[in-house]
Structure formats: C-alpha cells, structure tokens
Design a binder for this molecule. Structure first.
Ligand SMILES: [Zn+2]
Length: 402
C-alpha cells in the first residue's frame, strides 16, 4: 500500500469525493481510499508527494496504430521484422509515458499488436492496456494493394462466406473487436473518402458475424452516407466520422453507438494553414478541405449536442507520432473551441464508457484501477499542460514513470 499525497483533483473526473485536494491510497492495482489531505499518510509504507499537482485518470486513445511509425512509409520502409517489433514496443512505451494508459489499436501488422498486448497483460512488458482488431477488414477497393503495408494489413472480404471466414480468422488471431473500412480512405491512392465502399448488406453481415463471436464492429467512415449506413447496420463505433448530418445525429442521440473522431490527422495542417496533410496527397484539394474541416465541425456538433464523444488520434499515420497523443486534446480546444473539462472527459470517462471499462477506469474513484497521471498544471483550465507537464504515470497501481 502507498499514498499519493497532496493531490489536486478535477471535480468532473472524480467520483465520491468533493474537495479540491486529497490523499489517494493505493493498494495492489486499485485505489482503496480517497481522504482529506494528511489523513492517510501515517499508516502507509510509502508516500509520494504530488505537491499540489493535478491528479487525473489515465487517458485513452481509442484510435491509434501502434505498429506504424508516423513516418510516410508507415510500418514498411525496409524495416526488419525485429525492428518493427522493437519500434512497436517503443511506441506503446511513449504513449504510456505521455499519460495514455489504455490504447485501442485500429489496425496494423498481423499478429504483432496482439502479441504486444498479451506481453503487457501477462506482465512481461510494461505498457498501456491495449485492445486490438488485427487486420483492417475491407471490401475489395482501389488502393488496397497499392503498397506493401496496405497489402499486408488490409483483409479483403466481400461475399457472405468470406465475411464469415474473415471475421473468424481475425478473432482466431486475437482480435478484441472488428475493424471494417466502410468508406473510401484518404491515404490510399485512388480511394475516395466521400463515397461508401460497402453496401448495407455487407456491413450488416460483418456486424452479425462479429456479434456471433462476441465482438463489436468499429467502422472507418468519412462521408455521410457510409456513416448512416453503418449506424443503421449496427456498427458500434464510427471512426473519424467526418461528415455527420441530422439523420446521423438522430441515431447517435439514442446513445447506443458512438463516434471516435481523430482530429490529430488533420489538425496540424489546418492549424498552420499549410493546406492538406501529406497523407492526403492523393486527394483532390476540395475533397481534402471538405473532409478535414468537416471532421472538426462534426466533432464540435456532436459534443455541443451532448453526445458521448470518444478520443482517437490516428497516431502512427504519417506525421502523427506516438507520445504526442495529447495533441488531440489541444486540437479539440484550439480548432473546435471545446471546453477543457469536456475534452478531459472525452479522453477519460467517455472513452472508458465506449470501451466498456467504466466500472474500472475513467475517473478517480475508490475501488477503480489506479491508472493515474500527475500533471504539473491545471488541465481542466488548459489541456495544453498535458503536452509536457506529465510528472508521474501510474498504471494499475504501479508507478511506471516518475
Ligand atoms: Zn486509423
């Protein structure tokens, strides 16, 4: 047992405790008590002093690619298999040190992401909790064979039988959930993100086969038609969700399906006015502008209408580097004008809820897992202090960065 004393807490991220300052008692993997300052210190074996810094729950990144580097060649570029493994371990370590204690990998090198997850789960590697989808499942589509990484990480499925076989193969190979590409992509040559690439029947079949294996489906969707089609077919999370309309909002407001925007993949270029990002090199200028600006507008609309919005980044895609995940929070404030406290909820309790882990994670509460970060600053007043203000990271009670 140890005590993290002199913690400043954020009311929106704290349950069952009402003062600004507290001592947090941690035993094993969990928070066992939150008390008034100086009340818990005497009986503890060890005491860490947070010195009045903010203590908040570890953050979630629900859309990242742990085996991709962030460089233009993604995970290929002549790297050996050993180098790809070592890079992936470094990527998840960088995310953990940046305060992200839970990740959801949204597609990558077959087998690798599941192996890294398992090594963390069995304690042989220190890292964030990770959920994986294995390969990206997609209808046959332009660009899917455009280069080595696409060929290796995209699993094409079309007919009913191949969808069933494909889902079962991914589950066999360790998928916690199924990722399906339902609209064109911005990274693949020839693909058009403004149109669906799957039919309603296909998406419904993917959802059914995934449900049969106890998995949900997350769908890559940029355009309105594909978002709508996926929501109607029962997809659980809409990734990117760039062009929401009234009909999409109506379904989302029922509260059973969620969006995971990834503003990081567009934010840097939009913020600097440099035009479209390098990864969107294949897109026509007006398409790029529409998708990039639409993604911010849709995220803001969903948040302002009170939806539970998840936090994703697309880290690992070109120019989005592991360890910089907190930039997503800064973009949501600077480009979207969202309130700091709301953005923090998206990164913690809302994402925990979407991930089905709200009983254990997402707030500072006695009984929950001690996934905590100590931040020099007040992220509820300005989220940018999360970029370089992380002083300590605790994962399941273990101090992993101090
Ligand atoms: Zn992605």
């Amino acid at each position: 047992m140890y005590v993290l004393k002199n913690c400043r807490l954020v009311p929106e991220l704290t349950e069952d405790y009402n003062s600004e300052f507290a001592d947090i008692v941690i035993e094993g993997q969990r928070i066992v008590d939150i008390t008034g300052p100086e009340k818990a210190c005497c009986s503890a074996e060890r005491v860490f002093d947070a010195e009045g810094c903010t203590v908040m729950p570890g953050m979630f990144d629900l859309h990242t690619h742990i085996s991709y580097t962030g460089f233009g060649d993604l995970h290929d570029g002549g790297r050996s298999e050993y180098k790809i493994l070592l890079d992936t371990i470094k990527h998840v370590t960088d995310c953990l040190n940046a305060g992200f204690t839970t990740l959801r990998d949204a597609g990558g090198k077959p087998g690798l992401c599941a192996s890294v997850r398992d090594a963390i789960d069995d304690g042989s590697l220190v890292g964030p909790d990770i959920k994986v989808c294995g390969r990206l499942m997609s209808p046959t589509e332009l660009g899917n064979k455009a280069n080595k990484w696409a060929d290796e990480t995209i699993h094409e499925i079309d007919s009913s039988d191949s969808i069933r076989k494909g889902v079962r193969e991914e589950v066999r190979d360790g998928a916690d959930y199924i990722k399906y590409v339902a609209s064109g992509a911005v990274t693949l040559k020839g693909s058009n993100p403004k149109i669906p690439i799957a039919t309603y029947e296909e998406v419904k079949k993917v959802v059914e086969e995934a449900a049969f294996k106890g998995r949900y489906v997350a769908a890559h969707c940029h355009d309105t038609d594909s978002i709508l089609l996926c929501l109607k077919a029962g997809v659980y999370t809409i990734e990117h969700a760039s062009l929401l309309n009234d009909a999409c909002m109506e379904i989302l407001k029922e509260g059973r399906q969620f969006i995971v925007p990834t503003i990081s993949c567009t934010g840097a270029k939009l913020a600097s006015g440099e035009g479209k990002p390098a990864y969107a090199a294949y897109m026509a200028n007006d398409t790029a502008k529409q998708i990039l600006e639409g993604a911010v507008k849709s995220m803001v609309r969903a948040s302002e209408d009170g939806l539970i919005v998840g936090l994703g980044t697309d880290t690992g895609m070109p120019n989005i580097f592991h360890g910089n995940n907190a930039m997503e929070l800064v973009y949501r404030k600077n480009l979207g004008g969202l309130q700091d406290a709301e953005i923090l909820k998206q990164a913690t309790i809302y994402s925990a809820l979407i991930s089905g882990e709200e009983e254990d994670k997402g707030t500072v509460k006695s009984g929950k897992l001690a996934d905590l970060i100590v931040v020099d600053g007040k992220p509820d007043k300005d989220v940018s202090c999360l970029l370089d203000g992380i002083k300590m990271v605790i994962k399941r009670g273990r101090v992993v960065r101090a």
